[in-house]
Design a protein around this ligand. Structure first.
Ligand code: MV4
Length: 446
């Protein structure tokens, strides 16, 4: 087992990783930018190394600085968290080459599943359901041929795209030319490659993702699904598990398909397979080869500490349990609380004058903020995650409503009112929503 883990991240996930290490008797190294010198995980870690100025490019994305910090502190493993370098295969490779363990998949697995076209190919070969789609489209003629084969509407995506950038939809042949040309132009401007491909466009899907854990001996388990459809601008706002749209038979079926596919791919560590779900059918979209922001809701219903399991797997331990040992209890919902103006989502950094966290049975708050803490303007605006667990979805919703009322943050505007608004809507309460629901709701209530 590792003696010392360097946490190559900041904010609530850095504290989350520190906590898992602490409970495992592993010492921690916090790396931080000059702007994060007063962060809680920096204070709690056994050692702290300043790796650069506030700008992420010069600190949290500074590969040599992070690896040097690992060497001078004698860390034998690095946990990348999520975001930043967590899915950067070059970084994972550099870490491996420096004889330090990377807590995550191998760089080769990251490359295979991180590229949308190779991931789609690997998914098909591993038996995962995908949307009808095309290979790379070199010319508009290719696009026209493939659109005829697939059937309109179609969506054109950039190979290196992500988070909805560079996607264009065509409902008929007249719209295809512009969609293809715009997608390529945007891809060329925004990404390294301007390669684009096409899929059948699903008009009102849900976004359901499956959590898996795989060790280095071929053991794979799935930890159920998370419904992440409540989102805006490709930013998740509320996530829940289990999904209100799935019954136990569907959960079991897709779970087994995913488990077998991950075995075939030979993936190791924690991973998440993202699907679009429409009319009872799953369509593989992409795989996230990292721990995800919303992992705590899966922890709430399975009782499994995902960061602990990532560390155990990276250290060469076997899972020690099989799918039959995994049980799902109750219902969990996560609200991402951002320091943003809820009327326009403008980031709202600044000093937190007063912070009172909610508590009680089934209430978890993952956050690094404290009274007197100043939220820096350099990083993303998420400042806390409220994770609620209850026996049923309704009891979880009642508890969430109570916990949001108890959550006091003075000094900065937050998205708490938005969460209170969403969970009071009948369609949300009935679980009847898809990926467009929140944007439509906000449009109607502007
Ligand atoms: C799609 C789709 C509909 N049909 N692919 C958005 C970013 C990336 N994850 C892929 N995305 C989508 N791909 C097909 N064939 C709709 C989306 C999409 C979306 C997916 C999940 C969560 C939120 C979304 C918001 C807009 C579009």
């Amino acid at each position: 087992m590792f003696e010392k883990v360097l946490i190559a991240n900041r904010g609530e996930v850095a504290l989350r990783i520190h906590r898992a290490c602490r409970e495992m008797g592993i010492r921690t190294v916090a790396v931080h930018s000059e702007a994060d010198a007063n962060a809680m995980h920096v204070r709690l870690a056994d050692e702290a190394v300043c790796i650069g100025p506030a700008k992420s490019a010069d600190s949290y994305l500074n590969k040599p600085a992070i690896i040097t910090a690992a060497h001078i502190t004698g860390a034998d493993a690095i946990h990348p968290g999520f975001g930043f370098l967590s899915e950067n295969a070059d970084f994972a490779e550099m870490v491996e080459k420096h004889g330090i363990a990377f807590i995550g998949p191998t760089s080769a697995q990251m490359r295979l599943m991180g590229d949308k076209i190779t991931a789609r190919k690997a998914a098909i070969e591993a038996g995962l359901p995908v949307t009808p789609g095309s290979p790379a489209l070199d010319t508009i003629e290719d696009a026209i041929d493939w659109a005829e084969k697939i059937g309109y509407p179609v969506i054109i995506k950039a190979k290196d795209g992500g988070g909805g950038k560079g996607m264009k939809i065509a409902f008929n042949k007249d719209e295809l030319n512009q969609a293809y040309t715009m997608a390529r132009a945007e891809a060329k401007a925004a990404f390294t490659s301007d390669v684009v491909y096409m899929e059948k466009y699903l008009q009102n899907p849900r976004h359901i993702e499956m959590q898996i854990l795989a060790d280095k001996y071929g053991n794979v388990v799935h930890l159920g699904e998370r419904d992440c459809s409540i989102q805006r601008n490709n930013q998740k706002v509320i996530e829940e598990c289990p999904s209100p749209a799935l019954n136990d038979a569907e959960r079991k079926k897709i779970g087994e398909i995913v488990r077998k596919a991950v075995e075939k791919i030979g993936y190791t560590s924690a991973g998440t397979l993202e699907f679009l779900y429409e009319n009872g059918e799953f369509y593989f979209m992409e795989m996230n080869t990292r721990l995800q922001v919303e992992h705590p809701i899966t922890e709430a219903i399975t009782g499994i500490d995902l960061v602990r399991e990532q560390i155990r797997i990276a250290s060469g331990a076997a899972l020690g349990y099989t799918q039959d040992d995994i049980t799902f209890n109750g219902h969990a919902i996560e609200c991402r609380i951002n320091a943003e103006d809820p009327s326009n989502f403008a980031p709202c950094p600044g000093k937190i004058v007063e912070w009172h966290a909610p508590g009680g049975l089934g209430v978890r708050v993952d956050s690094e903020i404290y009274s007197g803490y100043t939220i820096p303007p350099y990083y993303d605006s998420m400042i806390a995650k409220l994770i609620i667990h209850g026996k049923t979805r309704n009891s979880a919703l009642m508890r969430l409503r109570r916990a949001l009322e108890e959550c006091i943050i003075m000094g900065v505007k937050t998205t708490i009112p938005l969460h209170q608004e969403i969970i009071s809507q009948a369609e949300y309460i009935d679980g009847q929503y898809n990926i467009h629901w929140l944007e439509n709701f906000m449009e109607k209530n502007k």
